[in-house]
Design a protein around this ligand. Sequence first.
Ligand SMILES: Nc1ncnc2c1ncn2[C@@H]1O[C@H](COP(=O)(O)OP(=O)(O)OP(=O)(O)O)[C@@H](O)[C@H]1O
Ligand SMILES: O=P(O)(O)OC[C@H]1O[C@](O)(CO)[C@@H](O)[C@@H]1O
Ligand SMILES: [Mg+2]
Length: 959
Amino acid sequence: MTVTTPFVNGTSYCTVTAYSVPSYKAAIDFYAKFLSLENRSSPDENSTLLSNESISLKILLRPDGKINKNVEVHLKELNSITKTQDWRSHASQSLVFNTSDILAVKDTLNAMNAPLQGYPTELFPMQLYTLDPLGNVVGVTSTKNAVSTKPTPPPAPETSARSGLSSKVHSYTDLAYRMKTTDTYPSLPKPSKKPQKAIAVMTSGGDAPGMNSNVRAIVRSAIFKGCRAFVVMEGYEGLVRGGPEYIKEFHWEDVRGWSAEGGTNIGTARCMEFKKREGRLLGAQHLIEAGVDALIVCGGDGSLTGADLFRSEWPSLIEELLKTDRISQEQYERMKHLNICGTVGSIDNDMSTTDATIGAYSALDRICKAIDYVEATANSHSRAFVVEVMGRNCGWLALLAGIATSADYIFIPEKPATSSEWQDQMCDIVSKHRSRGKRTTIVVVAEGAIGADLTPISPSDVHKVLVDRLGLDTRITTLGHVQRGGTAVAYDRILATLQGLEAVNAVLESSPDTPSPLIAVNENKIVRKPLMESVKLTKAVAEAIQAKDFKRAMSLRDTEFIEHLNNFMAINSADHNEPKLPKDKRLKIAIVNVGAPAGGINSAVYSMATYCMSQGHRPYAIYNGWSGLARHESVRSLNWKDMLGWQSRGGSEIGTNRVTPEEADLGMIAYYFQKYEFDGLIIVGGFEAFESLHQLERARESYPAFRIPMVLIPATLSNNVPGTEYSLGSDTALNALMEYCDVVKQSASSTRGRAFVVDCQGGNSGYLSTYASLAVGAQVSYVPEEGISLEQLSEDIEYLAQSFEKAEGRGRFGKLILKSTNASKALSATKLADVITAEADGRFDAKPAYPGHVQQGGLPSPIDRTRATRMAIKAVGFIEDNQAAIAEARAAEEDFNADDKTISDTAAVVGVKGSHVVYNSIRQLYDYETEVSMRMPKVIHWQATRLIADHLVGRKRVD
Ligand SMILES: Nc1ncnc2c1ncn2[C@@H]1O[C@H](COP(=O)(O)OP(=O)(O)OP(=O)(O)O)[C@@H](O)[C@H]1O
Ligand SMILES: O=P(O)(O)OC[C@H]1O[C@](O)(CO)[C@@H](O)[C@@H]1O
Ligand SMILES: [Mg+2]
């Protein structure tokens, strides 16, 4: 090791270079120790890892004795300097090294001329550099040991348990780092006087992608909470059969790697016996025999109806079991109460009170991909396709697929029509589309589609009409079980995981008086709903349909379902029908994309424009962002035919760039706004779009043209726009990254002891890494909000090593480490992989992997497409609703007061917060809720998700 330490009293800088250090951790620790300023030391950006075993570290002090700002920022990256959680404080904090500190350094240096903690003296030659006030080196004095500029290799090890380290060095490393040797897995339940809870999970009904994530989360969370975890194999069939073959205890390792697997690994069935009391009686007996006192059922409406019935019957079932001596008095006493909880798993999305069921978005993904494929062949032949999708009693899949693929017509059970009505309607819209130049026709038919007289409508009925009445060359495609196949999309993995955790909490918290809960999701929030009422509501929909009370059926569906249906009808009719609004209410609305491309941007433009047309507004696109407008007057009114296919296309059809209005030319932009007489503006994009809205809002005082309602639809894979928990594109990116990780993980699994460090995009936001790590079950994720603390890194390496050790004999499992690019500028994924490999010391190795711009995704995910439609229509609604507020102010030229809250509220961000869609004024967001220099919201909504991701893989946090 070579250490050079230039400094003079009270002046410029102090450099430490440590070469050929036997271990990275040793180098850092040595460095910290020798400065005697553990809390203030850090390498700077020039830190280089020379090889697996060498590192160069440097710290700079400014002439005024303060640490250079870069270094300050860097402090959080390589050593959590102030041990504070608030990483942002580093950016503004000045850490002052005063003269006495520097003298202390000098003394320490001198003291270190003696062998330090096992390092031979010759490894620590030093120099004092004398600097002029500008920081130039004007003199060099060598200390006792002459400096060696060449890296000196460490001495050969004498004896060591770990190759490459001398025994002394080894002990130094261990001592200095207090290497964690504790088991990082949550401990299994310890014997306790209190009876341990035993929680069982089953999957039931049709399998759904994401069920495995649900089971994994329930098993691990139950164990983590000191309970025993059981699985019931084959759904209710397993309960009825009973015994250890069907009701099995599961351990932590039993669910390893399950997130990336489709279907359900614990089996499912449709069990007729459970529908009879005798079957349920057997089920109760078997549960009691296994000692299970809480049951979590992951299934659809049928399964949860069964669960609800089971719980309500429980007292009478156990009474009977006791009376007939099938259980003991003691078992009876212990099991007087059965806790039941539902996590809704079904591709149909047919359960009331939840926005989504586990598996529904995966099935939608399969459907949209299939329709996207069909679209190409349909276009080539100018054909019509009738696509049948699943959904026995629920049209959600057909409806959302209709929106996401801009299908021409859909059939859903909730909105039946008489035979002549649907035939006329379908033919009318299809022929209008055809006459305007559309070469393809896509009609989506839900499996449960019915006419007003309740007779089923089959794909061949539809086919016949398209052929007979319109003469279209028509084909039928029945997607069938392909829709349930494959691995879960990120949303389902995450939803299933979060619901699993909440289900365990719910059964542990519930008492005999609490109604059984169902774990639901409303917008972005996991919530508990009463199971019985949800089941009742769901049944009521089917009953209303049977009673031909379709209005009621629709009113019983979630408001989001109704919103989607109205949206579909509006964008589908575009300018083909008489506009809804009277002439005096019709507006000129502009849309512009700002920032990097993100999945769903085109869908937003398409939906905004078609919805505007249906309302009677005139939609305009500003091409190529603000610079396009300022330089080339790139404004065009959007017409329907030009946008064909945009709903499902990736990238940005109207072009985008990062230039803000002030950078482009605010004056010119205002001039064009005035020229085109825009009544409203929709900006779609990420942080630059956010900045743009802020600039335009602030410029209202000087430019009357901006005194119009303006709204931002957040769209960026970084998901860092203040005012929303969700930005368009973040789901597409998450899926792209997740699929990449699945592939890389598979490769890692094929090589013994292999981990991959995956470099993730997202700017200063760790959202993508965090959610991807939850979706793929990554062992570790590093994000900019936390940086990479050396202690944590050290802990993680040991934990990974243990984790590899534990996986031995249980099959091969590759491990993933997800690192946001900005989590550390010094440690790229490559360097991090090298450091980890060196520190793992032969126990495993790490390789870097760079998905890069693949993360922007190809085609937008169905979630991004359908949310884009929803947000675009909400954005147009915002512009309509705010006309009056701003029009008045506009008229009062003289006294225009941009600070008036009514006025400033007319420039807002539309976003999702918790369980609501909200509009937040840009002023409020920019002034109070944004860390502008970091391009981040002040409050990160997903902090808890990081802990959950860690918790589910058993990663231990150092602080
Ligand atoms: N009314 C009921 N009483 C008792 N058990 C029931 C009842 N309804 C359904 N079950 C049980 O739940 C199982 C699954 O129900 P079903 O086939 O309706 O699927 P599901 O849970 O609705 O899921 P999906 O619709 O996604 O396939 C049934 O096979 C049966 O064992
Ligand atoms: O796989 P099975 O038992 O044929 O059931 C098919 C049914 O299951 C579901 O996929 C889920 O309920 C329905 O959409 C479909 O009607
Ligand atoms: Mg069902």
